[in-house]
Design a protein around this ligand. Sequence first.
Ligand SMILES: Nc1ncnc2c1ncn2[C@@H]1O[C@H](COP(=O)(O)OP(=O)(O)O)[C@@H](O)[C@H]1O
Ligand SMILES: [Mg+2]
Length: 373
Amino acid sequence: MTLCVPTGYRVGAWEVGPRIATGAFAGVYAGRRVAHAPWLPASAALKFVPTGTSTPRQLRHLRELVEREVQVLSRVRRPRLIRMYETLTVDDPSSPELDGATVLVLERAERSLDVLLRRAHPAPPALLTQICEGLAQLHQAGWVHADLKPGNVLLMADGSVRLADFNLTAELDGTHGYVPAFRTARFTPPELLWAEATPRGHRIRSTADIWAFGMLAHLCLTGTTPLPGATPSDALEAAARYARGDAPLRLSPELPAAWRGIVADCLAPSHELRTAHDAESLLLRVARAESRRRVPRDAPRLPGVSREPRDARPAPPPPVRPGGPGGPGASGAAGTGSGSGSGLGWRVAASAAAGSALAAALLAAVRRRRRMR
Ligand SMILES: Nc1ncnc2c1ncn2[C@@H]1O[C@H](COP(=O)(O)OP(=O)(O)O)[C@@H](O)[C@H]1O
Ligand SMILES: [Mg+2]
């Protein structure tokens, strides 16, 4: 159903370049600005969402997805969320396939996290902190992402992270929002996998993103999932057994000790158990765990992320014990850690400093709140 847009095609101020990637619905292309429009950047990513040749039902469905994404991106601007410059509609009756397509003109990223993870793990430190910052920013604005996974996490040329793909994103109406029924099973919490849809769609809460973050962190740090299955249906069966309490979470021995409690808390089997944790409280713990992580010298490097000698600041405080009611595995069995004692620390370079500043501000706010209690 995705579109094929020829190189050199013109839309608005943009000329279409090579295809960057094909998503579930969209084709994403490099875009070069060829018109005088100095308020727009010289290059961008053009996300084409088709409408032209779809059936009326598909059309309604795609329109809803695009509207969700456009709504979020125009209303919520935060440093860790991909930026949208403008939206365009292709008006080209001579190309029925393209005619009517919506084009989202987005800040151009270097690659997505799934591409990085295909090459190697663990993902570089600071990356999970920035993803968690993105979630905190989105949740603070009152939205649930609902489709957090490696393909929807983008890495910029300067090494900083942006959350992207907001076409399932739901605005919270009180405690929950509504999403259509299509999500990636592996990153969907058990309570939603078999949930009944209401006329407005599936009810979703921000704890769904907390689950997805736990899965993502385990994947980034170990290259594996803690609810494995040879086939997608085996993986679903593993999730069902875990949710019923018939099988434990299988945290990889490669998962660093400081991360075991965090991942187990994120992957608590029910929404009720996960409510003890939100993106802000998680950010505090994630930033601490990341600051302790050491990565082998030959680990993949992100541009803008430098490896420097550990500075002379005092050692970070001891790891936070898993808070909340403690999901399975929350006791934090000893892990192997990831190459401790290398004598080298990683620090995010100035380019990603905005994220670190936010993490520091959030840490300070949480500490203040704790002192006031
Ligand atoms: N702004 C961007 N810059 C660079 N690549 C992008 C950008 N947005 C999306 N992509 C690439 O396109 C893929 C699909 O985009 P996405 O927004 O996830 O669409 P879909 O809704 O079809 O999944 C992403 O996984 C990523 O590889
Ligand atoms: Mg996507």
